[in-house]
Design a protein around this ligand. Structure first.
Ligand SMILES: Nc1nc2c(ncn2[C@@H]2O[C@H](COP(=O)(O)OP(=O)(O)OP(=O)(O)O)[C@@H](O)[C@H]2O)c(=O)[nH]1
Ligand SMILES: [Mg+2]
Length: 233
C-alpha cells in the first residue's frame, strides 16, 4: 500500500529543523507539504530537503487537508504537523494501522497510555473542553458510543484511506476539519482506530488557533454536522 505524509505548515521553521530529519521517509510513497503562507523560511527549508510544497490560496487547516488529498496519488494519507507536538515515530504506527485495514487512524492524547501537554497541571482546561466535544460527538454520531468510544476526535495527527474520502468530504476550510471528519466517519460506519500517543511541546513559533474562537466554531460544527446527518439519513 502506498502512503503519503502531508506536512501541514504555517511558519514552523523551528519545528521543521528538528522534526524533518526524524521523519522515516523511506517508509512512505511521498512526503510533501501544504503551506498556508509561511514567511519565516519554512518553504525554502522544505525545498532544500527535497520536500515539495503545495501553496494554499488562503489560510485554513481544512483547505490544507483538501489540497493534500488533491495532490496525493497514494492509497492513503497521514496528516502531520511538524511543530513538535507530534512524534514522527508514530507515523509508522499509523501506517501499520492503515495497512491493517483501519479507515481512519487517530493518535489519541487522551486514552490510557497517552500523555498530553496538560497532564502535569491540576487545571486541564483544554482537556476538559476537548472531552466535552468528544462526549457530544460520541453521543450524536458514534454507533458504538461505549465500546467504541473515541477519546480524541479533534486531534489532527491521523491517517485516512483514499477509499474513505467519499464518506468524509467535502472538507470545511477551517480547523474543524478533523472533528467533522471523525463525526462523518463514525456516522458512515467506517473503521476508526485510535492508539495512545505522547504529545510533546511545541518547539518554536506560535499557536495558530485562538482557543475561544475555536470553541465557538466547534459548537457550530456540531450543529451543522447534526443537520447534515439528518439530511443524509
Ligand atoms: N497549511 C497550513 N497549516 C496550518 C494552518 N494553520 C495551522 N497550520 C499548521 O497546523 C499545525 C497545528 O497548528 P497549531 O497552531 O500548532 O495548533 P495547536 O497544535 O492546536 O497549537 P499548539 O498547542 O500551540 O501547538 C501546525 O503545524 C501549523 O503550522 C494553515 O492555515 N495552513
Ligand atoms: Mg501544535
Amino acid at each position: 500500500m502506498n502512503i503519503d505524509v502531508v506536512l501541514l505548515v504555517l511558519n514552523e521553521i523551528d519545528g521543521l529543523r528538528v522534526i524533518v530529519p526524524q521523519i522515516p521517509r523511506e517508509r512512505f510513497h511521498a512526503v510533501f507539504a501544504v503551506d498556508g503562507g509561511s514567511n519565516d523560511g519554512s518553504q525554502a527549508f522544505l525545498q532544500e530537503n527535497g520536500i515539495a510544497v503545495v501553496d494554499q490560496s488562503r489560510r485554513g487547516r481544512g483547505q490544507a487537508f483538501a489540497l493534500g488529498v488533491q495532490h496525493s496519488t497514494a492509497d492513503a494519507f497521514i496528516f502531520f504537523s511538524p511543530d513538535g507536538n507530534e512524534d514522527p515515530q508514530d507515523l509508522l504506527r499509523i501506517a501499520d494501522e492503515l495497512e491493517a485495514g483501519a479507515d481512519l487512524v487517530i493518535a489519541s492524547r487522551m486514552m490510557a497510555g497517552a500523555v498530553n501537554e496538560e497532564d502535569a497541571n491540576w487545571l486541564k482546561p483544554r482537556r476538559w473542553v476537548n472531552n466535552a466535544f468528544n462526549l457530544a460527538l460520541n453521543g450524536l454520531f458514534n454507533p458504538h458510543p461505549v465500546r467504541g468510544y473515541i477519546t480524541d476526535s479533534i486531534n489532527g495527527y491521523r491517517g485516512l484511506q483514499r477509499t474513505a474520502l467519499a464518506a468524509v468530504e467535502p472538507f470545511p476550510d477551517d480547523y474543524t476539519v478533523e472533528y467533522r471528519m471523525t463525526a462523518r466517519a463514525l456516522q458512515k460506519g467506517l473503521k476508526v482506530k485510535e492508539f495512545p500517543t505522547h504529545e510533546r511541546d511545541r518547539i518554536g513559533g506560535e499557536t495558530k488557533v485562538p482557543s475561544l474562537q475555536a470553541g465557538l466554531r466547534f459548537i457550530r460544527a456540531l450543529g451543522e454536522e447534526t443537520v447534515r446527518r439528518f439530511r443524509n439519513a
